[in-house]
Design a protein around this ligand. Sequence first.
Ligand code: CP
Ligand code: NVA
Length: 309
Amino acid sequence: MTNHFLDIHKTDPQALRQMIDQARTMKTARAGRPKGAPDDEQPLKDRIVALIFEKPSTRTRVSFDVGVRQMGGETLVLSGSEMQLGHGETIADTARVLSRYVDLIMIRTFEEQTLLEMAEYATVPVINGLTNRTHPCQIMADVLTFEEHRGPIAGRKVVWCGDGNNVCASWLHAAGEFGFDLTFTGPPTLDPEDEFVGLARSKGATITIERDPDKAVEGADLVIADTWVSMHDSQSSRERRHNQLRPYQVNEALMAKAKPDALFMHCLPAHRDDEVTSAVMDGPHSVIFDEAENRLHAQKAVLRWCLGV
Ligand code: CP
Ligand code: NVA
């Protein structure tokens, strides 16, 4: 069976835990080394990884590329529009062809169906680098970040402020698998999908929808924001979204209502002084750049799990 990493809730919880722990061990092992220095172990030696982007990216692109190289492998960074994929070749044929050349495919795309078809027809592992619906690699890095700062995430209170988008969806999946509680605060028009809320609840997580952001963050161990307009959202929805989401901005007044040692996270890129103020981003609660760094370490563990190395 091929180990695809398509979503957190589709991955065995024991494997998820092992990946987080391995990421931490690997991060510690290379502390203080130059970024280009190889890891002591070279589990991806002689492996080639294709990184396909149909949307822009800074963190995902660079962290996967660097991570593969640190583990001894090589990458091909491909833009969807420059491939035949962007000019009418089917996803299924692309998956079958790429599987003849590379050992693993990471794809960032629009429709979830593209990712699922790639995984169905590829004979090598496929990793979800973000779709309109989910962003599991981000949340692996975020769980690692939380645990580095505050210990086990199980049983903690996590609060999502704003749009119930793709990153929020993967947080809901993680609530079910890692056993923490998640409160969503945002306007009813931008609620997370019922399916994902139900899934997390069915796995025993307490998921709360609270319209009042001040009440929502009471007792929070972690407060999270994300952009109000995602890459797949139409620009024509921008003004409406801003108007609906403005009451859910994370600012110092809101952070003051969470636990005194609450962390603040944002997957980045951020729109300073829209969804979060600069004072919070650069303030004492913020761990946003640790999150960005941990994309590298968490994904290295995901790559190893996918390849069984
Ligand atoms: N957080 C994240 O995925 O960033 P990029 O869009 O820069 O990859
Ligand atoms: N929700 C954002 C996340 C970017 C990493 C988007 O999809 O654009």
